[in-house]
Design a protein around this ligand. Structure first.
Ligand SMILES: *Cc1c(COP(=O)(O)O)cnc(C)c1O
Length: 218
């Protein structure tokens, strides 16, 4: 794997205004350091323990995002190291983050858009109901920056496109109905190594790319 070459090639396909997050889960500190030296500063991990080990030893100007399922008992330690949690998939988790965070944490609300049970996230209805309560406005450690979603793992490009399109529509609706006076609600995180170009075409402002940069893990 030539990480520098991979990054260079991927970067030519990502327009200005779309942020690339390097998904470094399962990959070594040496590999992350290569991407760092090549100029990347935003990395994402999906397991708490792995994040803590890497964040404590790698350069402090790395901005870490968390993208995996986050258990309540890991929230406090994860919050110390991340600037954003992209995988907020329940009201309980939002409240837990708010009570443990020592600084304001940017969060994305994860929406279940795939037709796979295994993927997590709010159902659309549940998300709207939560935002309509206004309870979240009292959470002073939480800044809701936008939505995140993962498409179905399939070769059916049309299905993937439809799922991203649906998420974009929801994003615009939520933005209009609940965040119209809020400049921070600006992030639509969708697209991974195999589908990020479709996601960008459908309106992603952030893509999360792992294997296309670092190769497949063992
Ligand atoms: C692993 C992961 C990615 C990156 O997947 P690749 O296919 O390796 O690019 C993106 N988002 C989430 C939530 C992930 O868990």
């Amino acid at each position: 794997m030539n990480i520098e070459l991979n990054i260079r090639q991927i970067r030519t396909t990502i327009p200005n205004g779309v942020q690339m997050v390097c998904v470094s889960k399962y990959h070594t500190k040496e590999d992350i350091t290569k991407a760092y030296k090549y100029g990347e500063r935003v990395f994402a991990e999906s397991r708490a323990q792995e994040l803590l080990i890497k964040a404590q030893t790698l350069p402090k100007d790395i901005e870490w995002h968390f993208i995996g399922h986050l258990q309540s008992n890991k929230v406090k330690s994860v919050c110390q190291w991340v600037s954003m949690i992209q995988s907020v998939d329940s009201i309980k988790l939002i409240n837990t983050i708010n009570s443990y965070a020592d600084h304001v944490i940017d969060v994305l609300l994860e929406v279940h858009i795939a037709n796979e049970e295994s993927k997590s996230g709010f159902e659309e209805r549940q998300l709207i109901d939560f935002l309509a309560t206004d309870d979240w406005k009292q959470l002073n450690k939480i800044r809701i920056r936008g939505l995140m979603g993962m498409a179905t793992n399939t070769n059916d490009v049309n299905l993937i496109r439809q799922e991203f399109r649906k998420l974009k529509v929801l994003f615009e609706q939520v933005k209009k109905d609940y965040f119209s006076n809020n400049l921070y609600f600006d992030t639509l995180s969708m697209g991974m190594s195999d589908d990020y170009q479709i996601a960008i075409a459908e309106g992603a402002t952030m893509v999360r790319i792992g294997s296309k940069i670092f190769g497949n893990h063992q």
